[in-house]
Design a protein around this ligand. Structure first.
Ligand SMILES: [Zn+2]
Length: 250
């Protein structure tokens, strides 16, 4: 997997305000894909456009991108649900990637309650398109995943499907998209309580890259003030070279 280039990192922060992590994650993958060649994995396997990738593929690509840009170890903190003690975690991106990898999704046909429904598991583009939050976001995502529905030769919209038909479609999508959630098995160092927590790689990686963008902005500011170089020239340097010049100024 390629790394996130310095100027991509800054535009990711700049364009990200007011947008959901799912939308930002897709933008980031599109930006990185643009520089990659078609015979490079994962593009060679999953396709050049990350929009139709499943959530499992999207998250695997994000975590690989994170590993190649910032290193393979992710630091996270989770509060123990039993005693409230914060547990510090070191996660290996490769372990999470392995769990997130699954087969590429194909459209499904679900027959239930006299209805025939064509649908697909949520893709990176589906998630990016959902801008609402709360219960209506579940409805929005469901509507996006239903491609067509008919009963007795008549077309039905996703919103008008009877509840039991909707439940059958949701259960089929859940089974087909078993790779969609990244979960962690955790144990509390204080009270030994064990629990399973969900990790949203899109939110996690976006937050980390935002912190990284700030650190980079500080470097650009320091180098520009010291040496009078332009932002463009500073961003074109390798990170090790930027750090060398910063050290030389101390
Ligand atoms: Zn505990």
């Amino acid at each position: 997997m390629r790394t996130v280039a310095a100027d991509t990192l800054l535009s990711h922060w700049e364009n990200g305000r007011g947008r959901t992590p799912a939308a930002r994650a897709l933008d980031l993958l599109v930006a990185v894909s643009r520089d990659a060649s078609s015979d490079e994995p994962p593009w060679s396997v999953w396709g050049r456009d990350p929009g139709p990738w499943t959530v499992g593929h999207r998250d695997a690509a994000l975590l690989s991108l994170r590993a190649s840009t910032l290193g393979p170890t992710l630091d996270a903190v989770a509060a123990c649900p039993a005693c409230g003690e914060p547990a510090e975690l070191e996660l290996d991106a490769a372990d999470l990637v392995e769990r997130a990898e699954g087969p590429v999704a194909t459209p499904l046909t679900v027959r239930a309650g006299g209805h025939v429904v064509r649908c697909h598991v949520p893709t990176a583009a589906d998630l990016a398109a959902v801008t609402s939050t709360g219960p209506e976001s579940v409805d929005d995502l469901f509507t996006t995943c239903v491609e067509s529905a008919t009963t007795a030769g008549r077309t039905v919209t996703a919103k008008d499907l009877p509840l039991r038909v909707r439940a059958a479609v949701e259960s089929a999508l859940e089974q087909a998209g078993a790779d969609a959630e990244t979960t962690l098995s955790l144990s509390c160092p204080g009270c030994d309580h064990r629990w399973v927590a969900a990790l949203d790689p899109a939110a996690f990686v976006c937050a980390e890259l935002d912190r990284e963008a700030f650190a980079l902005a500080r470097e650009v500011r320091a180098l520009a003030m010291t040496y009078g170089w332009s932002e463009r020239d500073i961003l074109a340097m390798r990170p090790s070279r930027r750090r060398l010049y910063l050290e030389a100024d101390r």
